[in-house]
Design a protein around this ligand. Sequence first.
Ligand code: UDP
Ligand code: MG
Length: 316
Amino acid sequence: MYLTVVVPCYNEEGNLHPLHERLMEELKEYASDMEIVFVNDGSRDGTKRELSEVASLSPVPVRVIDFSRNFGKEAALLAGLSHSRGEKVAIIDADLQQNPKYVAQMLAFLRENPDYDCVAAYQDVRREGKVLSFFKKTFYRLINRLTSIEFYRSASDFRVLDRKMVDAILSLPERCRFSKGIFSWVGFRTHYMPYHVEARHAGKTKWSFWRLASYAVNGIVAFSDKPLILSSVLGLLLFFIAIVMMLFVVIKTLLFGDPVAGFPTLASLILSLSGIQLLCLGIVGQYLAKMYEEVKGRPVYLVKEILDNREDPKQK
Ligand code: UDP
Ligand code: MG
């Protein structure tokens, strides 16, 4: 098998037939040696029905990994990669925002440049509001500061990977998966290619602002222990400030006596210090929560059913 196309799908009923058509059209030259792995991430609409239709119509091997519930895109990607058999694996969203023609371009690049192991597409012009763009930029600046690996801003999960890289990714046992980080962490040589993002074909985005924010926090916690160091440094700094203040108060009392004053100072000090304490506790808590997740050792996803159009006797 030369090529596997992995498609995570969550409530994408309106997009699957058009996506399949476009994939077949753009990847014609690989049609004799490719497969598609759809992961149905616990969709609540007709995605499952549409996927089995696509599987029965498709001229290429199609597998549908049907999750028992929604486990999130990261889990869907992991399932897709672990069920892939291709020498090259392409990851593409189901909503046609990412034109399949770029997959052909990425594959061509890899063929011409065998010393590269991965091509990652990034959006040439971002189609998003200023506020979101600002937060994303800040996040990338922060995470690049906090971690030793490099996060390429705008690089998405839309990419083509070599088998070697897929195997490396699958060898990481962690459960809290942050693909953007994992792709960088495993290393290998990656080429970044611009692509023009299109409008969603049907349905709507699943990423609200808060879901993105918690994804960002997860990413930082998964790839950096610097926030922990930061909280210790903050504690130490405050300790020194407290000593200086104490000395100041003692000297002032010795020189000028001790009128009872400074209640507002005391109140604001207590408030700000307890705020900082809670913040640090929160930071420690984030790591503890992640450890709890890992220690429980639950699987990242559960599969309810696997459909395979080549195993169905009717299809043979
Ligand atoms: N997706 C998924 N599980 C989820 C959320 C999203 O498999 O819990 C899939 C979704 O079906 C799509 C891709 O991830 O194929 C990207 O999602 P979306 O288009 O909502 O994200 P956006 O393009 O807005 O960043
Ligand atoms: Mg999308």
